[in-house]
Design a protein. Sequence first.
Length: 162
Amino acid sequence: METTSSLIKSVSRRVWSAPQRPFRVCSSNREIRKGLTASSLEELKEKAAHTLLISILLSLVCEEDGTEVDSDEFLMSLPDNTVLMALEPGQTWRPHPLAKRGSSIKPGDNKIRTGRDIARVTFDLYRLNPKDIFGSLNVKATFQGLYSVSADFQCLGPKKVL
């Protein structure tokens, strides 16, 4: 019986791979940008080399500040869709030409506004009998046409309303 359980454990370890996470990879001159998914640093390097048509002996650095990504642990601690720069041997990271030192303006901040500031608030009350009131408050907002936030608050049955 112990052999069977150890066999099932080893099989399950092989079958379940690490989850794929999204990253964005750009070339050293920032002209080519691609979205990739990977579950490890080696897998991301292989996909980046294949996609950008560069040497497999590349190194990955954060595009924003040039921090080298050299371990799976650090890679998995980065947020989804982090922009990484693929550097071949001999290439070095340089800051984006539009980014000024000490400035809070980032290269992606010069996007054209595509919408308006919109907020929609919905408040619904439901009354099933004279003593029970159920309600929900739904708030959706769009800021600068680029960012949106939504929240849904539900009141699931206060017995008395003061």
